[in-house]
Design a protein around this ligand. Structure first.
Ligand code: SF4
Ligand code: SF4
Length: 400
């Protein structure tokens, strides 16, 4: 019989104070049921699971042991959606990352992402002068508050990534088809701060929010429409929407409204079957699952076959929580499992509404060998369906 050897935990009051301050004491409500560990998608892949329950205990006690787990978290929110005590687990994870920044203990490669943000205004280290290259030939005006009701905010990934640039072009094409008066900030568009936020660098995020808020205020921006759910989340949760601030919508929400008010309709996509992957940053962090479905339902001839894990039960693609800037071994990518699930619906199209999800899902399809399935953004799907302005539509107020 093996002798029981209890683990000795040494408590350090200073350390406890620092952990508590960084996590704002948000792990306090955890009563160690373990539901979070059971539902975390890291349990689906070959690598070790994240001991989420243990991390919450370590955050309560102010002890170490969380470093590896905190950086692997994709902040997908699956755990906190099931937590019986509503512990904001992903915020606790980001708080622990903040502590790691404060103590100079972040994984190799991440400080250079912050330097890219500082010098180039994007986390990809691409030249600011190429930011609006996605719009080549589209004749998109610079935002003017006197004539435009909305600022279309493209975001860093859709500005520079060649695949995601097609999504930006499709979103712009839809707004043009619906005659929405909109403009962009062109090469002057700043990063919203999501890379700093999702990597836990709260101090740098605060600096970016202050600078961007000033720029948007001086430009007369009152309504923002984003391409990415990550930019949407950052603007919605970290920027002022009150006096002098601005309202924000994800483009799928604007498109739903344009369809509902009769400002845009679609020719059709006869015989096409689509399945839909809900991005975590819309479905779980903002409870938005119906806007993209309302758009798809308005496309004549298009059939939707849902995956079993859909809406708030969606499976993370693996690209959130700053994981786009960290290496994930092929055997640990959730998107392969998601691709198999999507292929099982018999659909020929796997639609989503997030540039990060597109990159991960396309990778997942390759890993799963699901060659008959094609990843498509909702905006691209809607453009394929032939958007047009119904004759009765009045353009006045579109996009308000
Ligand atoms: S699900 Fe909530 S209460 Fe249960 S262990 Fe996880 S954080 Fe604690
Ligand atoms: S947010 Fe997602 S990845 Fe992070 S611990 Fe929770 S379930 Fe796991």
């Amino acid at each position: 019989m093996t002798a029981f050897a209890p683990e000795v935990i040494l408590l350090d009051d200073d350390r406890w104070d620092r952990v508590l301050a960084a996590t704002r004491g948000e792990a306090a409500a955890c009563f160690q049921c373990g539901t979070c560990t059971a539902v975390c998608p890291w349990g689906l892949v070959a690598g070790p699971t994240i001991g989420v329950r243990s991390v919450m205990r370590q955050a309560q006690l102010g002890v170490d042991g969380w470093a590896e787990a905190a950086w692997r978290c994709t902040t997908c929110g699956a755990c906190e959606a099931r937590c019986p005590h509503q512990v904001p687990i992903s915020d606790v994870m980001l708080g622990l990352r903040k502590l790691a920044w404060d103590e100079g203990a972040v994984p190799e490669g991440l400080p250079s992402v912050m330097w890219d943000l500082h010098w180039d205004g994007n986390p990809w280290g691409r030249p600011p002068s190429r930011r609006s290259a996605w719009a080549a030939g589209l004749d998109i005006p610079h935002f003017d508050p006197a004539v435009h009701t909305a600022l279309l905010y493209i975001g860093c990934t859709a500005s520079y990534d060649r695949r995601a640039q097609k999504v930006a072009r499709a979103v712009a094409g839809l707004l043009q088809a619906a005659n929405v008066p909109f403009g962009t900030l062109g090469d002057d568009e700043p990063c919203c701060g999501d890379p700093a936020r999702s990597l836990g660098n709260a101090d740098y995020l605060a600096e970016m929010v202050a600078n961007n808020s000033r720029q948007f205020r001086e430009a007369g921006v009152t309504n923002v429409v984003t391409v990415s759910p990550h930019c949407y989340d950052t603007f919605a949760r970290h920027y002022d929407s009150g006096e002098g601030g601005f309202q924000v919508r994800h483009y799928s929400q604007l498109l739903r409204d344009l369809v509902a008010e009769g400002s845009v309709a679609f020719g059709g996509l006869d015989g096409q079957t689509v399945t839909f992957h809900d991005p975590c940053y819309l479905a779980r962090h903002h409870d938005e699952t119906e806007a993209p479905r309302a758009v798809m339902a308005s496309i004549p001839g298009l059939a939707l076959n849902e995956m079993s894990r859909s809406r708030s039960e969606t499976l993370c693609c693996g690209g959130g929580g700053g994981r786009m800037w960290m290496e994930t071994p092929a055997s640990d990518r959730f998107a392969e499992s998601r691709a198999r699930e999507a292929a099982g619906t018999g659909a020929s199209l796997l639609a989503t509404t997030c540039p990060h999800c597109i990159a991960c899902l396309e990778d997942g399809l390759g890993l799963a060998g699901a060659r008959d399935l094609k990843v498509i953004d909702l905006a691209e799907l809607a453009m394929l369906a032939g958007p047009f302005q119904p004759a009765a539509a009045t353009n006045e107020g579109a996009g308000q």
